[in-house]
Design a protein around this ligand. Structure first.
Ligand code: ADP
Ligand code: ZN
Ligand code: ZN
Length: 761
């Protein structure tokens, strides 16, 4: 019998799986199992993508698979198909795609099955004790004891997450019979809160029905009748764009359709933006659905990630809430995909394997013949375009859902020539006073953290700039009284103490130019000394979990004034905020990046959407030096739809996406010539290929040119843009060229990448 060939995805610059011989003892191996294979004198983990009869290579040089790790496939055929599609579409080596899809433990070859973990709880004796019964200096024991008092029971993964060195403490307390342990599932078992009784309003119900009915034959008006739905269930691909204004209750709509799917026994994947996933959100889902919801995001430790993955794969949990990489999670029986805030930039991976989780999710739904729902108050222009082309069914929610809540009025504050103190105009200050006096909360938005973006010498004009980047260093203040602080580069994170003398003229006098959130906080605190100010930005939320703690504080009224960056803009429900002030949005109006206006509009409306979510009416003030800017005025006067129509028309005229397809090559090197040479030779090769394919005119080239920030982290950066009206032409050309690029000696001197459908320049 001829020996079988294993096609194995291994990390490295290989576009396709590598061939290995499959020894007799491994004949049961199937696609989707992991294998140990020899690779450059090492033993590594690879993923078996396929088993074939024939190798394209010389058999005598082909090495053998050493061992099969799994006794069942850990990825289904559906998942493998998605990975292959992703590798092809993004021109990313298959092994790198697999790396992005698997939890670290599995990449390292650990067992896929999880047998269960140990749970800890207070024993009957322990419940009779109090914290005072434990010695004051037994810190770990006290921490553990109170955590178990609060949570009832916790498993070891969660204890690892919350506490340090708890095991010794657990042993001591268990020896005293205060604690007991037992084995349980890796995902915490706990009770759900009571199911909230909301009746969906007409628009919400219509949206749920549209999605559910798309999945049944003979759709009747009986979408709510689960017995009928189950009888006629016939899954198929269909895509929906759910455009609902902020506060219109999109989450409730998601829950309605998830509920229907779960009742059909199906699993559901919900993608949320990077910082949108909070414990409160998971609790809300669990309460509504009365079923276990798993989460998958970057804040989890490896055991927790592996656990969520395992629970979904073995169909022990029906609903997964996750950020970007959850798009690869291995569902046993997926029935519905949802992408919340589909316009959010965090769905696009910006380094390494540069995929868009939104686009992959749509592809996944297509491959698996299931529905996909994209939700947003401010959909991306791409998605609006797709809806216009009738690729997506467009669903609308035009009213705020909560009793009495209304969309706030947006108003531009013309600050030209106005008296401005520390970035805040007199009118904004007066309006703040009015809202605070009425006992309401105020939110100020400034998308720049730190004290001031520039530190300058008052004598000679020297500015603190980053030694490794073409950028100023941001001044962060640590001690206002003694004028102490440090400088940080927000591009490479380099930090230095603030110099006491100007390095150029030895002067002692510096001026801090411009506003960051720290400075705004200082100003606001001095004006409103009897009010409590809470700042939410990357500096105040650096610790794990602290973002949800801070937003909870904000919600529960422990602060009167909230100051924050875009972290504060997304998704949060602050019912007592009645005034939102946007301190400075002007830089979004005149950026070199053609997407800046779209981003600005989305951010403005998302931030504005924090106002008036409760029963009290809201007001939004936008400070600007450009009150006549056409995009800004159309946004403020006519809302997002009119803005989007205008912006799309501009894109069409300028021949930009979504009317064209783009691929961006980036290259960076310590020596700028290396990066330029690489891109020039690449361009020559691509033009040549285009000629050969007889598609010379289909693809346009822009560049090579320097990146918007030429130098970053000590490297000089350049880019080459390819653009075409026909996606196929672009991809054919890359398919021919890519093997040459991977082998090119010039490529070895630079760091380079391909970015398909780039989102940032
Ligand atoms: P969105 O995500 O669209 O901005 P949310 O889903 O956060 O909006 O809902 C906004 C508020 O409206 C929440 O407090 C939610 O509980 C409430 N809500 C949603 N649907 C209803 C409904 N049908 N009846 C009453 N309140 C609702
Ligand atoms: Zn100086
Ligand atoms: Zn830097």
């Amino acid at each position: 019998m001829k020996q079988k060939i294993a096609k194995v995805a291994v990390p490295g610059p290989f576009l396709f799986p590598l061939d290995y011989l499959l020894p007799e003892v491994c004949v049961d191996a199937q696609a989707g199992m992991r294998v140990w294979v020899p690779f450059r004198n090492k033993k590594i983990v690879g993923l078996l993508m396929d088993v074939g009869e024939q190798s394209d290579y010389d058999d005598s040089k082909t090495k053998s698979v050493l061992e099969v790790i799994d006794d069942e496939a850990i990825l289904t055929a559906d998942s493998l198909k998605l990975l292959q599609w992703a590798s092809h579409y993004y021109h990313e080596p298959i092994g790198e795609v697999v790396q992005a899809a698997l939890p670290k433990r599995l990449r390292a070859g650990e067992a896929a099955q999880i047998e269960g973990v140990t749970y800890w709880q207070l024993s009957e004796l322990g419940q009779q004790k109090s914290l005072d019964d434990i010695a004051k200096n037994a810190l770990r024991q006290r921490e553990l004891f109170s955590a178990l008092q609060v949570h009832g029971k916790l498993n070891e993964n969660q204890l690892n997450h919350r506490l340090q060195n708890w095991r010794a403490a657990a042993k001591t307390l268990a020896q005293k019979n205060w604690l007991e342990s037992y084995p349980g599932p890796c995902l915490l078992e706990s009770d759900y809160a009571a199911k909230p009784e909301h009746t969906l309003n007409e628009q919400q119900q219509a949206a749920v029905d549209a999605v559910v009915q798309s999945q049944i034959d003979n759709p009747s008006k009986q979408a709510g009748n689960m017995a009928l739905v189950a009888q006629n269930y016939a899954p198929r691909f269909s895509a929906f764009l759910l455009q609902g204004i902020t506060g219109s209750g999109k989450t409730e709509v998601y829950l309605g359709m998830i509920d229907a799917m779960v009742k059909l026994g199906k699993q559901v994947l919900v993608l949320v933006p990077e910082i949108g996933l909070t414990p409160q959100m998971i609790q809300r889902f669990e309460a509504y659905l009365q079923t276990r919801v798993a989460a998958l995001h970057s804040g989890l430790n490896e055991s927790e990630r592996h656990c969520a993955w395992h629970m979904v794969r073995t169909n022990q949990v029906k609903v997964l809430l996750g950020t970007r990489s959850a798009v690869f999670a291995p569902f046993a029986d997926l029935g519905l995909c949802i992408i919340d805030e589909e316009h959010d930039l965090s769905y696009k991976q910006q380094d390494g394997f540069r995929y868009s989780a939104r686009d992959l999710m749509i592809q996944r739904a297509r491959q698996q013949n299931i529905p996909v729902v994209l939700g947003s108050a401010t959909p991306s222009l791409e998605s609006l375009y797709n809806a216009k082309m009738q690729r997506y069914q467009h669903l609308y929610l035009t009213q705020r859902a909560a009793q009495g809540a209304k969309l706030p009025q947006l108003k531009l504050l013309d600050i030209r020539g106005e008296s401005i103190q520390e970035g805040v105009s007199q009118s904004l200050k007066l309006t703040m006073q009015k809202h605070l006096a009425a006992g309401n909360q105020v939110l100020l938005f400034l998308n720049r953290r730190g004290f001031s973006p520039v530190l300058m010498c008052h004598e000679c004009g020297w500015q603190a700039s980053c030694p490794s980047c073409d950028a100023n260093m941001t001044y962060h203040q640590t001690d206002a009284l003694n004028d102490l602080g440090y400088l940080q580069c927000h591009h490479c994170d380099e930090q230095i103490v603030k110099p006491s003398l100007c390095p150029s003229c030895q002067s002692e006098e510096f001026v801090k130019v411009g506003q960051g959130t720290e400075r705004l906080q200082e100003t606001i605190e001095s004006w409103f000394s009897d009010k409590r100010v809470l700042r939410i930005d990357r500096d105040t939320t650096r610790l794990k979990g602290s973002i949800s703690e801070l937003t909870e504080q904000a919600k529960s009224g422990q602060a009167d004034i909230l100051i924050g960056t875009q972290m504060l803009a997304k998704g949060h429900d602050f019912p007592n905020v009645t005034l939102v002030g946007l301190v400075d949005i002007d830089q979004g109006l005149f950026s070199a990046d053609y997407r800046a206006a779209e981003r600005m509009a989305q951010l403005v409306l998302q931030v504005a959407g924090r106002a008036g979510r409760g029963a009290k009416a809201g007001e939004v003030l936008i400070q600007t030096h450009h009150p006549d800017h056409p995009l800004l005025t159309s946004l403020v006067q006519h809302g997002y739809d009119r803005f989007a129509v205008k912006a799309l028309a501009e894109r069409e005229q300028a021949c930009l996406p979504p009317y064209q397809y783009q691929v961006l090559f980036r290259a960076e090197a310590h020596n700028p010539d290396d990066a330029m040479h690489f891109l020039y030779s690449l361009k020559a090769g691509l033009e040549n290929t285009a000629q050969q394919l007889d598609r010379g005119d289909d693809v346009e080239f822009w560049g090579p040119v320097s990146a918007p920030m030429l130098k970053r982290q000590g490297r000089f950066r350049f880019q080459l843009m390819l653009q075409a009206t026909n996606r196929g032409a672009l991809h054919r050309m890359l398919n021919v060229m890519q093997p040459h690029i991977l082998k090119s000696p010039l490529a070895r001197k630079v760091r380079w990448s391909i970015d398909v459908d780039p989102q940032e320049m």
